[in-house]
Design a binder for this molecule. Sequence first.
Ligand code: SF4
Length: 63
Amino acid sequence: MEVKIDKDLCIGCGICEGVNSEIFEINDDMKAVAHNENVNDSNISDVDEAISSCSVSAISKEE
Ligand code: SF4
């Protein structure tokens, strides 16, 4: 699975980072990046929570 951020949609609100700061990080350009290498069985539910929490639907995942 790969988590993706659409930087054109992201408004840098930080909600995803608040859900899990190991997976999501706000970069210097105030856009979120996804650290796919940090996704594991114990935190994968945070990806779905972040997807549903993002108000601009900038987060997606590919199985
Ligand atoms: S929750 Fe969505 S809009 Fe907010 S920083 Fe994360 S990806 Fe960007």
